[in-house]
Ligand binder design. Structure first.
Ligand code: C2O
Length: 553
């Protein structure tokens, strides 16, 4: 009797835990917004008129529902960068991969569960350069709130979204880039939380400002939402303890500089323990290119002001590393290790698919439609396959409905021994729960173009980053893999002309894009797709949502 009575509260507790999972609902109106920025008036496309777009906050286990209302003149889709989309691949938002775009004057409701992950992620448009202005934070709190962090509870949390700004409609920037065959021109400014800071000598050059209290610990949730550039980030007078990257906890790592590639996130603790004052935070480009090609040289600035310090007090400026400081960048990228708690998934040691995927940019003849192209156009590829987006149906719909002729399943496991590139919609097919290892090898195809650091992003999964290095991968490196506490990421910055080894378990049926997150390289073909087959029930891809967007044309 006593034992039975004691069971009751336990059961009740379990019920409340399950009932805690909430449905978080947002409506994003995607349309034109007037803005004065960098001394210019422009119209940009945003979600709900905001730059950055609305921040989404959920707790692990919640269901997120976003009603996307397309009031813009552009077909578009929204991607939830880093969300697993476990058995909800229809909602991944990768244009032409998991859905056709939402047409102007149409709607689509994204609806998915966020389970088994927590930390800082983000969302962005996944069609053309629109993600330059259509993006926002997606923060996943532990199920039991801030007390669930594997580090002391911060006093406050500060999202820092780093972005890139063009003084022109980004759709035109992209079209011009296509016509020249050389990709979009460089951006006109870098931004912190949508604002360039006081680098522009005009009224209305807005700057992100945040007030802090002395003697507290803050959690900075840093997101690189820039389109084509990796960044260094510092706060004058302050240092950081990195505790997570790409929504996976790391062992605490002390540094005074953050290095972050497009697509990546870094969570860093910062103590406000220096003499109260005003301190600039600043970001500028980490330029990893091995040949001199112009890049955005501007510095985005924001300011941290201690409570009680007047707004007009002079602010200290941090010393950012030189643009080409590969040593500082490498130290940061290579030093992080996973927290690897006993409850975290361990690295699986039996590998079903050992792949080597080479990639890079090359020069190709101008295409006839590229009317302002002179000399050559750019082309990019993975294993000599230059990825072509399908036209009439998304890859996921083609897989689900068995539509023939949309893609081929012959993406090679190794670089083929040929020169030149094949334009093709090729996928690599793997079985449910297979373990896939990929050696990502950056190549120099053209000495005029050289190489650069490419952030390679995988949809649908986190991967373990087992090793990385400069130059050519050598199979003897396999004995040096970190199988104990590797970084867990969704985007890896593969060193210029170097390599990185990733390993993931294909536990999610669907079509999963893997591509360079330097947006300019996506239309050039620096992408491929993993096709993951259904597993035993219930590990199946469900039917598409009722309002799943149709393709036109
Ligand atoms: Cu953040 Cu396929 O992208």
């Amino acid at each position: 009797m006593a034992a039975a009575a004691m069971l009751v509260p336990v059961m009740l507790a379990l019920c409340t835990a399950a009932a805690n999972a909430a449905v978080v609902e947002h409506t994003f109106k995607l349309g034109g917004t007037k803005i004065t920025q960098a001394c210019m008036d422009s119209v940009i496309y945003t979600a709900n008129g905001q730059l950055p777009g609305p921040s989404i906050e959920v707790s692990e286990g919640d269901t997120l529902v976003v009603h996307a209302v397309n009031d813009s003149p552009y077909p578009l889709s929204l991607h939830w960068h880093g969300i697993y989309q476990l058995r909800s691949g229809w909602n991944d938002g990768a244009n032409k991969i998991t859905q056709c775009p939402i047409q102007p004057s149409s709607n689509f409701t994204y609806r998915f569960n966020i389970t088994g992950q927590e930390g800082t992620l983000w969302w962005h448009a996944h069609s053309s350069l629109l993600r330059a202005t259509i993006y926002g934070a997606l923060i996943i709190k532990p199920r039991n709130g801030s007390s669930g962090y594997p580090f002391p509870t911060p006093y406050e949390e500060i999202p820092i979204l780093l972005g890139e700004w063009w003084n022109k409609n980004v759709d035109e920037v992209e079209k011009d880039g296509n016509m020249t065959g050389k990709g979009p021109k460089i951006s006109d400014a870098l931004t912190i939380n949508g604002m360039p800071g006081d680098q522009y000598p005009c009224q209305g050059s807005a700057m992100y400002k945040v007030e802090v209290e002395y003697g507290k610990m803050y959690l900075l949730r840093i997101i690189n939402a820039a389109v084509n550039v990796e960044l260094f980030f510092k706060v004058a007078g302050h240092t950081f303890i990195v505790v997570a990257a790409d929504a996976s906890y790391t062992k605490p790592y002390a540094t005074d500089v953050i290095v972050i590639a497009p697509g990546q996130t870094v969570d860093a603790l910062m103590n406000t323990s220096v003499s109260p004052g005003r301190y600039y935070m600043a970001a500028h480009v980490f330029d990893s290119k091995t040949v001199a090609i112009p890049f955005d040289m501007s510095i985005a600035k924001g300011v941290i002001r201690y409570k009680g310090v007047p707004d007009y007090a002079p602010a200290a400026m941090p010393t950012l590393p030189p643009h080409n400081d590969v040593v500082t960048a490498g130290r940061f990228y290579w030093s992080l290790t996973g927290l690897a708690r006993p409850s975290d998934p361990a690295v699986r040691t039996t590998v079903n698919h050992n792949m080597v995927v080479t990639f890079g940019l090359d020069q190709a003849p101008c295409a006839p439609y590229q009317t302002s192209c002179s000399g050559f156009a750019l082309v990019a590829a993975m294993n000599r396959n230059s990825f072509q987006f399908p036209e009439k149906v998304s890859l996921l719909e083609a897989l689900y409905k068995g539509v023939p002729g949309v893609y081929s399943e012959d993406f090679p496991d190794f670089p083929p021994p040929v020169q030149g590139f094949r334009k093709a919609t090729t996928v690599k097919k793997v079985k449910y729960n297979d373990v896939v290892e990929v050696v990502l090898q950056s190549e120099e195809y053209s000495s005029a173009l050289g190489t650069e650091n490419h952030p390679i992003h995988l949809h649908g999964f986190d991967f373990f980053l087992l090793a990385q290095g400069l130059g050519r991968f050598d199979p003897s490196m396999k004995s040096k893999y970190n199988l104990v506490d590797p970084q867990v990421r969704n985007t890896v910055a593969v060193p210029a002309g170097g390599w990185a080894v990733i390993r993931f378990t294909a536990n999610n049926p669907g079509m999963w894009f893997m591509h360079c997150h330097l947006d300019a390289h996506l239309p050039l073909g620096l992408a491929m797709v993993f096709e993951v087959l259904n597993g035993p029930s219930p590990n199946l891809l469900p039917p598409p949502p009722v309002d799943y967007p149709k393709c036109y044309g």
